[in-house]
Design a protein around this ligand. Structure first.
Ligand SMILES: [Zn+2]
Length: 124
């Protein structure tokens, strides 16, 4: 399921023009982990929230100093918008056995992790 995170109406209109979303796609201005969990998010998210999303798609904007701090029109957005780019963010966890920061890893119910080296040679 897609969700858009933005405070800018022109961006929503632009996303509809691109065919990335429909007018039915939920749009919110501020995200919580629960709201982005497992979703395909379009917009700007801090990495600490992006890790909960299935994917995050950004529209890169070639902003000039004059563009900053003001509401952009749809016409200006069309001029400065680049191709949508989609990312998946995965947090690396610290292995509870060797202490290395690891990915991939096996995550345990208590939130700790074992790196794959330690996972293959478990000491219980
Ligand atoms: Zn390890």
């Amino acid at each position: 399921m897609k969700i858009v995170i933005t405070r800018h109406p022109a961006l929503v209109q632009y996303l509809i023009e691109l065919g990335l979303i429909t007018s039915e796609t939920p749009v919110i201005s501020h995200a919580s982990p629960e709201q982005v969990q497992g979703k395909d998010v379009i917009g700007v998210l801090p990495l600490s929230l992006a890790k909960f999303a299935l994917s995050v798609t950004e529209i890169p904007l070639a902003l000039t100093p004059e563009d900053r701090g003001k509401e952009l029109s749809i016409e200006r957005l069309r001029e400065i918008a680049g191709s949508p780019s989609t990312y998946s963010i995965i947090q690396h966890l610290t292995c509870k056995k060797c202490g290395k920061t690891a990915f991939p890893y096996e995550q345990w119910a208590d939130g700790t992790a074992l790196c794959w080296d330690c996972r293959d040679n478990p000491v219980y």
